[in-house]
Design a protein around this ligand. Structure first.
Ligand code: NAD
Length: 321
C-alpha cells in the first residue's frame, strides 16, 4: 500500500485530496493547524501541528513516504491578499513551511513531492488586458507578481527546484488557477470570488442588489475541485515535473460570473460596483503545456462546478445564517 502525507489536510483542497487518495487505496497521514471545517477527515492519521516548527515537521516526515503533497500555507482571496495588511504573515509563514518541508523531505527520502504554486506568480505586465492575458508557463520571468503571495510562491517554486537539482528529489509543481467547490471557505474574509458571490446571491432576494469590488470587468477562470485533483494526480503519476498550469481556460468577467450564479439560483440580480481590492485586470489558464505533456485538460464547464458550489453554500447559509 502506498503511503502519502498531505500537508494542509484541514484546508479546502487538502481535505478533498485526502478523500481522493483514500479512494485510490493510499494510506494517508494528514497534517494541519486544524481539522477540516465542514466534515470528518478521511485520513488514516491526522496530526494537528504547526509546520513552521521543525520539530512538528520531523514528527510528520519520519520515514520515506511514497508521496508528499504540500498544500499548507497562508491563503485567501483578494480581501486577504491585496490589502497589504497580511503580507508579512503570508511571506514569513508560507516560506518557513516550504523551507522546512523541502529540507526534511529530501533528507528523509520522500520519493515524490507535490508543491501547490499559483497563477499569482505570473507578471502583472502580461495581465493588463482583460481580454488577452498571457499565462503560459514560460512567461513567468522576468518576474513581476502583483502580490507578496505571488512572490512567495515563486520563491518557493525555486527552493523546490533547487533541491530537486541538488539532492535529486523528485519534485512536481503545479500553478493552480482559482480552484473552487463545496467545503471551501465562503465567509470570514479569506473567501475567494466564486464562494463570496455564491454567498451574496444566496442571501439576496429575487430582484435584489449585490456589491462587487471594482468595475466587474476584470476577468478570471475558475476550476472545479474534482478537475484540479485529477490534474494533480495525473502530474504525480507522470514523468513530467512542471511547473505547469492547472486551471480552466473558460475565462469570464466577474460580472458574468455573478450572473451565471444568479441564473443557477433562479434569481434576478443587479450589481452595485464598489471600491475594493481587485488584483490584475485579466487572468486565464493556458493549458497548452499540460495537454502536451499529460494529454489531459479539464473537461467540465464552469456551470457544472458552480451549480454544486452554489447549492452547498446556499445550504450552509440557511443553516448558519
Ligand atoms: P486553505 O486555506 O483551505 O488550506 C490551507 C491549509 O493550510 C489550511 O487548512 C491552514 O490551516 C493550513 N496551514 C496554514 N498554516 C499552517 C501551518 N503553519 N501549519 C500547518 N498547517 C497550516 O487553502 P486551499 O485553497 O486549500 O489551498 C491549498 C494550497 O493551494 C495553498 O498552498 C494555496 O496557496 C494553493 N493555491 C490555492 C488556490 C485556490 O484557488 N484555492 C489557487 C492557487 C494556489
Amino acid at each position: 500500500m502506498k503511503k502519502a502525507i498531505v500537508c494542509g489536510a484541514g484546508g479546502f483542497i487538502g481535505s478533498h485530496l485526502v478523500k481522493k487518495l483514500k479512494k485510490e487505496g493510499f494510506w494517508v497521514r494528514g497534517v494541519d493547524l486544524k481539522y477540516p471545517e465542514f466534515g470528518e477527515t478521511e485520513a488514516d492519521q491526522f496530526i494537528i501541528g504547526d509546520l513552521r516548527e521543525i520539530e512538528i515537521c520531523k514528527l510528520v516526515i519520519d520515514q520515506p513516504f511514497d508521496e508528499l503533497y504540500q498544500l499548507a500555507g497562508e491563503v485567501g482571496g483578494a480581501g486577504y491578499v491585496f490589502t497589504g495588511e497580511n503580507d508579512a504573515e503570508i511571506m514569513h509563514n508560507s516560506a518557513l513551511i516550504n523551507l522546512n518541508i523541502v529540507d526534511l523531505a529530501s533528507k528523509i527520502g520522500v520519493k515524490k513531492l507535490f508543491y501547490s504554486s499559483s497563477a499569482c506568480i505570473y507578471p502583472q505586465y502580461n495581465q493588463l488586458d482583460p481580454k488577452n492575458p498571457n499565462c503560459a508557463e514560460s512567461t513567468a520571468y522576468p518576474a513581476l507578481p502583483d502580490s507578496e503571495y505571488g512572490w512567495e510562491k515563486l520563491f518557493s517554486e525555486r527552493i523546490y527546484q533547487t533541491y530537486a537539482r541538488t539532492y535529486q528529489i523528485n519534485i512536481k509543481i503545479a500553478r493552480f488557477h482559482n480552484i473552487f467547490g463545496e467545503e471551501g471557505t465562503y465567509i470570514g474574509g479569506r473567501e475567494k470570488a466564486p464562494a463570496a458571490l455564491c454567498r451574496k446571491i444566496a442571501l439576496v432576494n429575487d430582484g435584489g442588489v449585490i456589491d462587487i469590488w471594482g468595475d466587474g470587468k476584470q476577468t478570471r477562470s475558475f476550476l472545479y475541485i474534482d478537475e484540479c485533483l485529477e490534474g494533480v494526480r495525473k502530474l504525480m503519476d507522470s514523468d513530467f515535473d512542471g511547473p505547469v498550469n492547472i486551471g480552466s481556460e473558460e475565462m469570464v468577467s466577474i460580472d458574468e460570473l455573478a450572473f451565471k450564479i444568479a441564473h443557477i439560483a433562479g434569481k434576478k440580480i443587479s450589481i452595485n460596483h464598489i471600491e475594493g481590492p481587485m488584483g490584475v485586470r485579466g487572468r486565464n489558464s493556458d493549458n497548452t503545456l499540460i495537454y502536451k505533456k499529460l494529454n489531459w485538460r479539464p473537461s467540465t464547464f464552469l456551470e457544472y462546478g458552480l451549480n454544486k458550489t452554489f447549492f452547498w453554500i446556499n445550504n450552509m447559509v440557511k443553516l448558519n445564517g
